[in-house]
Design a binder for this molecule. Structure first.
Ligand SMILES: C[S@@+](CC[C@H](N)C(=O)[O-])C[C@H]1O[C@@H](n2cnc3c(N)ncnc32)[C@H](O)[C@@H]1O
Length: 381
């Protein structure tokens, strides 16, 4: 039975009016309907009291390693006097705080000309970000996603995001013997159900062509048109510098392998996974793994060079997590605390099954000749 959350009637009314809606519209309402969506309603989402963990909640070392790489980006750009950091999908500001703390402490020259622009779909998170980043308040600015997408904002520096793209609404498709079809959402006897129809937009087939994917008959998958669209806005905003995207996902050939017959759509509710997106509307998170090939290819069309792409554990190892660990351990920690720290950081980098493997990092650049980043260092593994 579908639980009748307040969102249920709103979505049901839309379906009654239109006959059916795309899964992307359904997911968009479940996550972002003002005041009622998963991300746009009250309550902790991330961490022990929420529904899932992200790398940020594991340890500040994650943000500090990213900060090391950002400082290296600044050097690759010849240490400009002004450098802008932009975080999209900034949540409660935890990652931004870890990055800013590191830069204030270790990179005073860079920090002097630093500003941080926070872009977050849920406006009420601004208060949490203001509290979290109180030590850096003079450097903070906020920008609504709509303004970011509108094209008036430009900057030079680095735009980073953690688990943004997987939270953008996706279309669902199915390869039938007659060709590629879309899975819509409709209502049957009061329950939300799938309905197969023609593609709602030719952009879906174009997207799969761009990443050279042909689904097998019977194979179901997700297509994220919002990711490349967001990248176009990001690329437009970036005059010179870098984009750093962290998320879970795969290159297209791995994401759309025929072995993955039903796609990667997954819901999270209180640290349990759930396959049915048609329950607990607005109360459970809905995500799909990111197709990194589409971000790389779209980026190339937009004038963004791929600098580095790989697993999070490789990124963290090359960019300085061992140095972070060594520095943390130098302080007056007991042996038990040191062990606990090592076990915690292991979660971020363990290659098999941990966050280090499923999560990928993509670094793209614009207008920086032959950058030498920390993640490009050769490490013996
Ligand atoms: C999975 S959460 C990740 C939050 C945080 N980055 C972390 O790792 O803990 C995704 C966040 O992206 C925000 N978001 C979704 N679409 C966005 C957009 N177009 N621009 C900015 N933020 C967006 C959501 O409101 C949510 O806070």
């Amino acid at each position: 039975m579908t639980e009748k959350t307040p969102l249920h009637d709103i979505i049901a009314a839309r379906i009654a009016q239109q006959g059916r809606i795309t899964f992307a519209d359904f997911m968009g309402a479940c996550l972002y309907e003002p005041g009622l969506g998963y991300y746009t309603s009250a309550g902790r989402k991330v961490g022990a009291e929420g529904d899932f963990y992200t790398s940020i909640t594991v340890h500040a070392a994650f943000g500090r390693v990213i900060a090391r790489e950002i400082a290296q980006m600044w050097r690759c750009m010849d240490t400009p006097a002004d450098f802008t950091l932009v975080e999209c999908g900034a949540g409660n500001g935890r990652l931004a705080c870890d990055i800013m703390d590191f830069l204030a402490e270790r990179e005073p020259e860079m920090y002097r000309g630093l500003r941080l622009v926070l872009v977050e779909k849920e406006p009420s998170l601004e208060a949490a970000q203001r509290d979290m980043l109180a030590a850096h308040v003079g450097r903070l600015e906020w920008l609504a996603p709509e303004e970011f997408a509108a094209g008036g904002f430009t900057f030079s520096g680095c735009l980073y995001s953690n688990e943004l793209i997987d939270a953008l609404p996706v279309h669902r498709v199915l390869r039938t013997p007659e060709g590629l079809r879309e899975l819509y959402v409709t209502l049957k006897e009061g329950e939300f159900v799938d309905e197969i129809g023609e593609l709602s937009t030719p952009a879906i087939a174009e997207h799969l062509q761009r990443v050279a994917v042909e689904l097998h008959t019977g194979q179901q998958a997700e297509v994220n048109l919002n990711g490349p669209e967001w990248l176009a806005a990001a690329s437009h905003a970036l005059r010179r510098g870098f984009l750093l995207t962290v998320d879970y996902g795969y290159p297209a050939e791995e994401l759309y392998t025929p072995l993955r017959k039903t796609g990667t759509l997954l819901c999270y509710y209180r640290h349990q996974t759930e396959e049915n997106p048609y329950i607990r509307l607005g109360l459970q998170d809905i995500t799909a793994h990111v197709d990194f090939t589409s971000l790389i290819k779209r980026g190339e069309e937009l004038g963004l060079q791929k600098v580095w792409f790989g697993e999070q554990y490789r990124f963290l190892m090359s960019a300085g997590i061992i140095e972070e660990l060594e520095e943390l351990e130098c302080s007056s920690m007991s042996d038990e605390e040191k062990l606990r720290l090592r076990l915690t950081l292991k979660k971020l980098i363990v290659p098999q099954g941990g966050m280090g493997d499923t999560f990928r990092v993509l670094v793209q650049s614009k207008g920086v000749a032959d950058p030498k980043l920390l993640c490009q260092r050769r490490i013996g593994f």
